[in-house]
Design a protein around this ligand. Sequence first.
Ligand SMILES: *Cc1c(COP(=O)(O)O)cnc(C)c1O
Length: 368
Amino acid sequence: MPRPLTATIHVDSMQHNLQRARICAPASKIWAVVKANAYGHGLELGMQGFALADGLALIETDNAVRLRALGWIKPILLLEGIFDPTDVALLAEHNIDSAVHCIEQIKMLEYTQLYRPIDVHLKMNTGMNRLGFLPDEYAAAYARLRAIPGIRHITLMTHFANADELEHPRLKIVEQVRRFRLGAAGLLGERSLSNSGGVLQQSVLGDELASDWVRPGIMLYGGTPGGKTAHEFGLRPTMTLASEIIGIQQLQSGDSVGYGSSFQATAPMPVGVVACGYADGYPRHAPHGTPVIVDGVRTTLVGRVSMDMMTVDLSPIPNARVGSKVTLWGDGLPIDEVANAAGTIGYELMCAVAPRVRVQEGRLGTNG
Ligand SMILES: *Cc1c(COP(=O)(O)O)cnc(C)c1O
């Protein structure tokens, strides 16, 4: 028997969440973001779940090519663009769109003969200060791209730093939009603005965020960038990480458990050993009290997470036994809640699921 730890991917939930994004931004085309192996869900399953998206966006050039090999015929976008002059040929060969965020990338495009036209997405830095041209450099970058014969459409693109927090004291989303409008004034091309945070704000900001394209990621995987919960946004979990109890210990008052003996029982209690550890992607820094579900009952992590195992309080589940089902996150336990308890975000948990974890497909509510 394989180890009982599995990540069940709910392709039907991915379809549902994509539909939620459509409802939030009905006038926009959707790039479903499938970077980082579809946020840990697997590229093939991402492609299946988002078959109705208008395009797939990602970071990794090899996976962009792989999407073509897997049969994806709609647009593909490289969100960080190309990394090397030799990547230019790859764009033309596989009909892949590329972000252009710096002068070095423009030079790569200028120096390489394109034997087939390509579409690019010119990125503006509107305050995030990661990638892109400043608003007052933008028109010049646009003109330089426009002068390259092999370039067809230029989409105007920016990225929001605080889309989940409208009243952010340092950088408000409306301020980024204002800078974007200023820098893009008079330039021809479609506009691409919102990540999940922006998509989920459309009901509040409406026209302010209107754009031809949106680029949701986390919301399609049933997580939120912040603000309300996934459930309140009508999103469903797309990944359930589940395992089983593989051992039970009866602690006496004063006994401790695991490395560092960091948890000490103050009364007799049963502790279950779960086949899941940090080598599987479960965060090692998750503290006592992080929620887990055993046999349908909520309980908590106790003691330190080790490489292959973690330990949970079985006091609320007196009938638990070796083989009892454990949900680490997903169905019945929002990933954002586990992430919050562990001092991280749902994004990181999804992306960190390790290669040794068995991945299977299954509908929500039918696994275990
Ligand atoms: C990752 C990414 C997104 C998606 O962000 P979410 O917060 O997951 O919705 C959108 N745009 C760009 C440029 C990205 O890199």
